[in-house]
Design a protein around this ligand. Structure first.
Ligand code: SAH
Ligand code: SF4
Ligand code: F3S
Length: 464
């Protein structure tokens, strides 16, 4: 195991990057507008907030759209092939924009860039990309941008070595009431289908005191909800402290809602389960991806739990917190999955009754173990299976929504409703979206709402 000193980027290195931020700010003699396009998961969304924080400090301002920007940065994902195709397609589209606007600076970062050979590919095949970086060296963006803006050079830099933890980077948060906090980086699980361990590196946990410090500052600024982020938060180990301990410390702060993602079922400890019965601020909601309901497939996926062990965890959670809302990720059409094995996933959905499930057709990822497994199920059959699963889950989601009618729920108001400007929308503690008549000034507040009706996936209510 690496020494903690080695997994935190040194103060000296951070100071060098700060120096480049100041140098760019001093050198910019024109307005420079940036647009960051984020693909992928919450981890990437939060990385984009950090990138925006750095660009703000350089004196740049956010643009309304890509077309109006002087700097466009793509923060990419590669978890499935279509995510990668989308990222590449978007980047190629920028080539045309650059033809109209030769001064446009184009940058690509994130998980896709961290894939084997991607740096070389971009260097050779996408000459219009000025700047590229991976997940491990994102904190070096100021230096790379300096090369592009001030030295008029291309800066393509991907490092293979796992990135260190950076403390003290500026963050431009998406809003002032709900905030992401990274608690760990990387993943050690190597589920056989998954590319994340290869592009995000080994597990590294942030120091508990640093996390609490960040959360406290957010509490002081009036934040109502924090979402703790990690690929597998249950194996958090910050200076010897476990995840449940971190949750207890955060429960002391004046933040009404604490959520986290993602939890690996094999690592859900009794202590963590107990948190759902004991902590005041922990929301009654858990994303607990099962991936499949059949033991042979789970073993092929290297998930390291059986269907029964998963169901045991669900029962234990419901014993301490009967109201808990569960959501899941499910992969359909894993190599060699038979129809009977797929039916086990359908029956598991029936047993658990998730509030929602995110379903994906298996996508082979180069370099992962499953990519070499024989897969003779035709795509049409996989499409039929996923369709069946989606319809099945939809019925359960709607039933569970209907059960909320008549309840009075605290709702954190997030936005003006997209469909009706007289309405606002927000989430219950359990994670259901509720729309109700209300003023935009309610955004960022937690208000009591009586649930009056249910749609397919969302609720309607009246503010009390
Ligand atoms: N660390 C998290 C999430 C990782 S990626 C976890 O373990 O839950 C998010 C989801 O994408 C996974 O839960 C999985 O359902 C899906 N996924 C990952 N790799 C995939 C692949 N190769 N094909 C299809 N879906 C995949
Ligand atoms: Fe991927 Fe598995 Fe790690 Fe999640 S736990 S990121 S699915 S390897
Ligand atoms: Fe995609 Fe990277 Fe997240 S591959 S799902 S953006 S960790």
């Amino acid at each position: 195991m690496k020494d903690r000193k080695d997994i935190v980027v040194s103060d000296e290195e951070m100071a060098v990057q700060k120096g480049y931020i100041s140098a760019i700010r001093d050198a910019l003699n024109r307005e420079m507008r940036y647009c960051i396009v984020t693909l992928g998961c919450q981890m990437n969304a939060h990385d984009s907030e950090t990138i925006a924080g750095m660009l703000d400090q350089m004196g740049m301002t956010p643009a309304e759209s890509r077309e109006q920007a002087d700097l466009v940065l793509y923060n990419t994902c590669c978890v499935r092939e279509n995510a990668e195709n989308k990222a590449l397609g978007n980047v190629i589209w920028l080539k045309e924009l650059k033809a109209l606007k030769p001064d446009l600076i184009i940058g690509v970062g994130g998980c896709m860039m961290q894939e084997e050979g991607m740096g070389e590919k971009v260097r050779k095949m996408y000459p219009f990309v000025d700047l590229a970086f991976g997940t491990h060296n994102m904190y070096r963006l100021p230096e790379l941008l300096y090369r592009v803006i001030c030295e008029k050079q291309r800066a393509i830099e991907i490092t293979r070595e796992d990135g260190g933890i950076c403390e003290g980077l500026p963050v431009h948060r998406r809003n002032n009431f709900s905030a992401y906090i990274n608690i760990m980086y990387g993943c050690n699980n190597y589920c056989s289908y998954c590319i994340v361990p290869y592009v995000r590196g080994r597990e590294r946990s942030r120091d508990m005191d640093k996390i609490v410090e960040e959360a406290k500052a957010l509490a002081d600024s009036g934040v109502q909800e924090i979402m703790l982020l990690g690929q597998n938060v249950n194996s958090y180990m910050g200076g010897g402290a476990h995840f449940a301990e971190l949750l207890y410390r955060l429960d002391q702060l004046d933040i009404p809602r604490v959520r986290f993602m993602t939890s690996h079922p094999k690592d859900i400890s009794d202590e963590l389960i107990a948190c759902f019965g004991e902590l005041h601020h922990l929301c009654k909601q858990l994303h607990l991806p099962v991936q499949a309901g059949n033991d042979r497939i789970l073993s092929q996926m290297n998930r390291r739990y059986t269907r029964e062990q998963y169901l045991d965890k669900v029962r234990a959670l419901r014993a301490v917190c009967p109201e808990i809302g569960l959501t899941s990720d499910i992969i359909v059409g894993f190599p060699g999955e038979t129809l009977e094995e797929f039916e086990d996933t359908v029956s598991l959905i029936d047993e658990v009754r998730y509030d929602a499930a995110y379903t994906f057709i298996y996508s082979p990822r180069p370099g992962t173990r499953a990519a070499n497994m024989p897969d003779d199920t035709p795509m049409e059959e996989k499409s039929r299976r996923i369709q069946r699963l989606i319809e099945h889950q939809q019925r359960i989601t709607t039933e569970l929504c209907t059960r909320q009618i008549g309840r009075i729920e605290p709702v954190l108001v997030e936005e003006v409703s997209a469909r009706d400007a007289q309405c606002v929308g927000g989430k219950t503690e359990r994670g259901h979206m509720v729309n109700f008549a209300g003023e935009p000034s309610l955004i960022g507040r937690i208000v009591p709402v009586k649930i009056t009706s249910a749609g397919k996936n969302t609720l309607r209510g009246e503010m009390l």
